[in-house]
Design a protein around this ligand. Structure first.
Ligand code: NAD
Length: 323
């Protein structure tokens, strides 16, 4: 199989590339490197520097390659940044994805798509754990861009029902390769585990955003999924659409929630550093609690996370950051 991985120089994409290569697929990575790292791309993948906003790049990409499927990871990912600069997010994530899908379909004749969506599409959910058919009501422009892109995929299939896709709504992706060779390196970094690890590494202050949420200890609750498990869900989703066709949408998480304070405690325990925690105001766009109802992905895809114990996640991330 020949698979296109957009955003393959990023955190999750680079793990996806490795997983696909390990199972014998041929992989092309397409990334503008604005938020990615060329060194994170496995040398056995073909790397093409390009932008999903650049139509010439897309014409060249799909004229020169025949792909069995597109896995679309490229995007801007910060809730906070999207609240400050929504235009940037709508342009990159919505328009960029639309250009990509249109070029893949019309030039590349690609009919199979896997899309990286997010739990942020649910906004502040009325029900925990959150099932996939829960109402969508994003509280950030980031979440809106993902929801609009989901809709664009649905529109494509409405026009041509031989287009197949699977939307994967990730909860919190985290963790690193168990040997510490690959990990999370966002700039700007907004995710709690790498930020807490950086605080531990330099014994500097960690900012805890919001302690007045309606949760057991006043801090936000999230569902953490190890990146190795996360990319495995893509393999399962791809196998399903390749064998059966159709459209699907799955939450990817563990179904278990941890408060920010619990995560901080775990980072302190794994690192052995009691770094100072500064309690500050809530951050705009953060939902109180996001925990996945994982019955659908478990039942339909047989998804069973192997590395998503919080301790394993933090230990692997600590190893990577220590390196
Ligand atoms: N990290 C998470 O917890 C999380 C949660 C939910 C959803 N997601 C989604 O998963 C995907 C991957 O996330 P990540 O954490 O690996 O992010 P990342 O920033 O590490 O990787 C994204 C990659 O996309 C590339 N990119 C961005 N815009 C591009 C463009 N216009 N053209 C070409 N390349 C472009 C960047 O250079 C980067 O390498 C994103 O779509 C994100 O929204 C991530």
């Amino acid at each position: 199989m020949k698979i296109l991985v957009t955003g393959g120089a990023g955190y999750i994409g680079s793990f996806m590339v490795k997983a696909l290569l390990d199972k014998g697929d041929s992989v092309v990575v397409f990334d503008n490197l604005k938020r990615g790292d060329r060194k994170a791309v496995d040398s056995n993948a073909l790397f093409i520097e390009g932008d999903i906003l650049n139509k010439e790049d897309l014409v060249a990409l799909f004229s020169n390659n025949d792909f069995d499927a597109v896995m679309h990871f490229a995007g801007l990912i910060s809730v906070e940044e999207s609240s400050k600069n929504p235009q940037l997010y709508f342009e990159n994530n919505v328009n960029g994805s639309k250009y990509l899908f249109d070029a893949a379909y019309s030039i590349g004749k690609v009919k199979n798509f896997i899309f990286s969506s997010t739990a942020a599409v649910y906004g502040n959910p009325m029900q925990i754990p959150i099932p996939e058919d829960h109402a969508t009501n994003p509280t950030s422009p980031y979440g809106e861009t993902k929801l609009m892109t989901e809709q664009n995929l649905k529109n494509m299939r409405e026009k041509d029902n031989s287009v197949n896709f699977s939307i994967l709504r990730y909860f919190n992706a985290c963790g690193a390769a168990l040997d510490g060779s690959l990990g999370e390196n966002h700039d700007p970094e907004t995710h709690i585990i790498p930020l807490a690890i950086k605080a531990a590494g330099s014994n500097s202050e960690f900012k805890l955003y919001g302690i007045d949420y309606d949760t057991s200890d006043g801090t936000c609750v999230r569902d953490y999924i190890h990146v190795i498990d996360l990319v495995e869900s893509h393999v399962l989703a791809l196998n399903k659409i390749l064998s059966e066709g159709g459209e699907s949408c799955y939450n990817v998480g563990t179904g278990e929630g941890f408060t920010n304070r619990q995560v901080i405690e775990m980072v302190k325990r794994v690192s052995g550093v009691d770094f100072p925690v500064l309690e500050v105001e809530r951050r705009e766009g953060d939902s109180t609690e996001l925990v996945a109802d994982v019955r659908k992905i478990k039942n339909e895809l047989g998804f069973a996370p192997k590395y998503s114990e919080l301790q394993t996640i933090v230990e692997s991330a600590w190893k990577w950051h220590s390196k």
